[in-house]
Design a protein around this ligand. Structure first.
Ligand code: 13P
Length: 285
């Protein structure tokens, strides 16, 4: 398959009755698990490349592995450089084949956020790639599960203005979601989500899906979410499987067996989230 831009993967998902699951992969075992789950459920997915992972020594190799996995997959796969405000890094990732970037200026003053997304879009458009933006900051750490509290949600009229000014292709909404672990039980603001959906005409995305109860994720999808981002739960399933490494595997130094188990754990967690992605959306009015 060719690589898909994020908007094309979402459109493909809509045609086949599902939204897009986006999964952060830090290594090849995770990547293999996510791709296998996508292929066995025949659903479009997005591979998320964390900024920290891309900046690490193995980053370029990981990026190339994602691109190659997408090209060999039997389902549409987009590859997105997640949460960055470094335009040069975006350019490098796009050169290596990612098909989407998340230009996250949510901690910048409003005019600077607008400029970042506009600049990112001018770059991405040359690659046929999509740009996701974030207006109101979604708290938390993308790489570590630190318990964080939610903040105020995305303002609807501000979001309309922001999307008009930037031309963003997708918008990450703050509706009670956080990255990493939730300090208090998550409670998504579905009323705000419905209002955002009614006012905006671009795909809305839910970050921080790990730890959100199943019924809330499904309701968020019914109410307009078209991409869910999952990272922490994938890391946890990987680490739990690593913890269960047997004495036999250790004493025989059997990396293939250990790797296969780690991959299978990630595949199972991905499949749970992909099942949610099949939840039907209510008709957009
Ligand atoms: P979680 O780690 O909370 O699943 O969030 C992932 C995410 O939103 C990546 O952008």
């Amino acid at each position: 398959m060719p690589r898909f831009s994020l908007t094309a993967a979402i459109a493909e998902g809509v045609t086949h009755g599902s939204i897009v699951g986006a999964f952060t992969c830090y290594n090849l075992e995770q990547l293999a698990g996510v791709v296998r789950a996508a292929e066995s459920t025949t659903q479009s997915v997005c591979l998320l490349l964390a900024e920290g992972a891309f900046r690490s020594a193995l980053g370029p190799a990981l990026c190339r592995a994602m691109v190659s996995a997408a090209e060999q997959a039997t389902v549409p796969i987009a590859i997105q450089l997640d949460h960055t405000r470094d335009l040069e890094l975006m350019r490098r990732a796009l050169d290596q084949g990612v098909t989407a970037v998340m230009a996250d200026g949510s901690t910048l003053p409003y005019p600077d956020n607008v400029r970042l997304v506009t600049d990112a879009r001018a770059i991405a458009i040359r690659y046929g790639a999509s740009v996701e933006a974030e207006l109101t900051h979604i708290p938390g750490d993308e790489d570590r599960a630190v318990a964080v509290a939610t903040t105020t949600g995305t303002d609807v009229s501000r979001a309309v203005e922001f999307v008009d000014q930037t031309g963003a292709d997708l918008l990450a909404v703050a509706i009670g979601n956080v990255h990493g672990a939730y300090a208090t039980p998550p409670l998504l603001d579905l009323t705000r989500l419905s209002r955002l959906r009614a006012a905006l005409h671009l795909p809305l995305t839910l970050h921080g899906t790990s730890g959100v109860p199943d019924d809330q994720v499904r309701s968020a999808i019914v109410n307009g979410i078209q991409k869910i981002n999952v990272n922490t739960e994938l890391r946890r399933s990987y680490l739990d499987a690593a913890h269960e490494t047997t004495r036999d595997e250790l004493s025989s130094a059997n990396l293939l067996a250990i790797g296969a188990r780690l991959s299978a754990a990630v595949e199972a967690t991905t499949a749970v989230h992909l099942d949610r992605c099949r939840h039907r959306q209510a008709q957009h009015d």
